[in-house]
Design a protein around this ligand. Sequence first.
Ligand code: AOF
Ligand code: ZN
Length: 373
Amino acid sequence: MAFDPPRPGDERFMAAAIRLAFRHSGQTGTNPSVATLLVRDDGAGPRIVGRGITALGGRPHAEAAALGEAGDLARGATAYVTLEPCAHHGRTPPCATALVSAGIARVVSAAADPDPRVDGKGHRILLSGGLSVTRGVLRADASSDLSPYLTRHALGRPQITLKTAISADGRIGREGSGQVFITGKIANGQTHLVRSRHDAILVGIGTVKEDDPGLDCRLPGLSDRSPRRIVIDPDLTIDPDMQLVRTARRTPLILVAKGSAEPDKRRALIEAGVEFVACDTVPGSNRVALPELLEDLGAMGLQNILVEGGAAVAASFIEADLVDRLILVRGEIEIGEGGIAAPIALDEAKRRFRQTDRLSLGTDLWFEFERRA
Ligand code: AOF
Ligand code: ZN
């Protein structure tokens, strides 16, 4: 039983499957967003006879949806899957078994599945069922989209994206003057889209006090896809009248606080629908022990977190080397003397991270980076 080499056309269909999977990215709970395309060639050239994406929330899986769409046309077809098909029984039989039973002739996969219930077993079921199996086609592209899921499995913590808007003179705001609008409408829309693709948004209590932010996704059609909000508030000093607390029943709010902080206030906040995660502080300081916190958030099933501020929280993630992806949005305005310095300057980001994208959004520049390998 051996794997077969790729064939012409494989990359084209896998690229289409990867694009399809992106539609549900960040919306499938602890499950990755995977896509399947079923392609058959009856002599007149290849045609797609079934398409599937992991459903919102995580079930059913992509393969089941694609097989359902193709019906009898699945027999003899090739399945393009962005992740190795699963080998475990959930509410439905394993996808690898379903592909064999449906008479699929060939399976082409991109990334391997590190879930211990799968981890090579999916490919083995296909090979023992007599199917031709090719793996690793466009692995890097698929892995990039699957990276929150892969990070949680590899490192036991969620993937961290840090996002900051920076003024033309390298500042992020001004102490005591509330929220300063650095970027324009288009960049703000893009930020809301990025929010919708994360399981949670994290900020420090300083930002909450300064801005009273909503931290939701306010794009038409995506407002029900707001991630959870996480606030680091070790001494539990949050004002219960803040927007985040008032909306906690609609969009979950998690407060990260020391177990001993303000027991009466904690009870009242729990009544208001707030959840708590206990944190430790670094000995000799009031800074939260981030690696331990992220481990706990990973155990709760969070796969990726967008860290949005403020400067101190951002700096502590950078110092602890916990930033996997970095988004810097540079606006046109100048904040001037006395403004709060950005946690990382554009030049430094270019040195420390690998730039993966640069977009012009109105008068703003949007830069994306990722951790250097
Ligand atoms: C697939 N196709 O579309 C996805 C897969 O909780 P469950 O039962 O849904 O299983 C979650 C695991 O299923 C997840 O950790 C990963 O191994 C796999 N995801 N597999 O064959 C899919 N989303
Ligand atoms: Zn499956």
